[in-house]
Design a protein around this ligand. Structure first.
Ligand SMILES: Cc1cc2nc3c(=O)[nH]c(=O)nc-3n(C[C@H](O)[C@H](O)[C@H](O)COP(=O)(O)OP(=O)(O)OC[C@H]3O[C@@H](n4cnc5c(N)ncnc54)[C@H](O)[C@@H]3O)c2cc1C
Length: 340
């Protein structure tokens, strides 16, 4: 007789502190947390959750979400951070959703293209980057995609399907994946593959990330891992381009990796035409503290976890910013971070 272990028993850890899975370092104890390594395991897990009527929540590195202080009992948290795979098929790069976006910049560096530089030091995984259409300056994730692979969670077969980038409804911080119950599992990039050496070295970097870098969602270790890798490549004669040096300068000057945070809290309102960070500055709210949280003294659109903040502390400061902007400038800013 064969004993069948359920996917939930096989893949879920029990009673895990979510704070370790969020760059905010915030979140209470999850009763179920899974980190599937293959799309098949993910599909099996979803099937069982659906069968048992258990809700689930998909995430990546947790660099854009605020987990609750007290998660619901039956909610299954699923991080795709370990769904990491990188291969070349039919002359195209295929990356799976757990691949760190920042790794793509090193891949570009090895291949002699600057098209991926903007992903350098951009926290988070490719899957969420596609979901959020992550960007840096004028460059967005959608610029480098060819095809996206996803699981439609309403389709009972939960098989992997594909959609060309032209149909993904990408716009500023928007994509079709925010409108449909689809989970991104990977993508083909429209970036040229230059050499065997580029493929091999990128694979080694990914393996290093898997074994050394990927576990904590800690911003300092994320920063030191990728900074260390560009220094190592420079030691081998692959110079760090000015665009990447500028990113280091910008992100360190804004203290992006000094305190736990989730980056920008609100989306900019392009109709209004002034960045949220500048409006917060004009309102003299930078440096305002509540509980363990503080509005960054260096960047008005960031709220930092300064001293063991709770999710409720962050929410308090978000409401303060939102109401103050509405009173003074006449619009309610749309949150960029996702409240779970
Ligand atoms: C210091 C700092 C600086 C940042 N700077 C920038 C910046 O310059 N530009 C920028 O765009 N962002 C920035 N961010 C935000 C963050 O990097 C991006 O939003 C990134 O895409 C989040 O990736 P993640 O894996 O951490 O996603 P998570 O935070 O884990 O998830 C974010 C959302 O994506 C959904 N999701 C996750 N994976 C999938 C999937 N596979 N399929 C479908 N939905 C999914 C989740 O349900 C959630 O709603 C910054 C964050 C930090 C902490």
């Amino acid at each position: 007789m064969t004993l069948h272990t359920s996917a939930i028993d096989r893949l879920c850890k029990r009673n895990v502190e979510l704070s370790a899975f969020s760059t905010y370092g915030i979140g209470g104890s999850a009763h179920y947390l899974a980190m599937p390594e293959t799309a098949n395991d993910l599909a099996e897990l979803l099937q069982e959750c659906n069968k048992r009527g258990m809700p689930w929540y998909i995430f990546g590195m947790g660099s854009n979400i605020l987990f609750p202080d007290e998660p619901k009992h039956d909610l299954v948290f699923i991080s795709l951070k370990n769904l990491v795979d990188l291969r070349v098929s039919e002359g195209k790069w295929h990356v799976s959703s757990g691949t760190p976006m920042s790794l793509l910049s090193l891949m570009g560096l090895l291949g002699g293209t600057d098209l991926l530089d903007f992903t350098f030091l951009l926290p988070g995984c490719v899957g969420a980057g596609i979901y959020m259409n992550a960007k840096y300056n004028a460059r967005q994730i959608c610029d480098i995609l060819d095809t996206v692979y996803y699981i439609d969670t309403t389709d009972p077969s939960l098989s992997v399907q594909s959609i060309p980038v032209s149909e993904c409804l990408f716009a500023y911080k928007q994509s079709i994946f925010q409108q449909r119950p689809w989970i991104v599992v990977g993508a083909d990039l429209n970036i040229p593959v230059s050499s065997e050496e580029q493929i091999n070295t990128t694979s080694v970097l990914l393996t290093d990330w898997k074994t050394r870098g990927s576990h904590p969602s800690s911003l300092p270790s994320f920063f030191s891992f990728f900074l260390g890798e560009v220094h190592a490549l420079a030691g081998k004669g692959i110079q760090t381009p000015q665009s990447m040096l500028d990113i280091i300068k910008y992100r360190t000057s804004k203290r992006h990796f000094d305190y736990p945070s989730c980056g920008s809290v609100f989306k900019n309102n392009y109709d209004y035409g002034v960045a949220v960070g500048s409006l917060v500055d004009q309102l003299n709210l930078k440096g305002t503290e509540y509980g363990g949280a503080i509005i960054s003294p260096h960047h008005g659109n960031m709220i930092l976890n300064q001293k063991h903040a709770k999710a409720t502390d962050i929410l308090y400061l978000m409401n303060l910013i939102s109401e103050s902007i509405n009173n003074q400038f006449g619009f309610v800013p749309e949150p960029e971070i996702v409240l779970v």
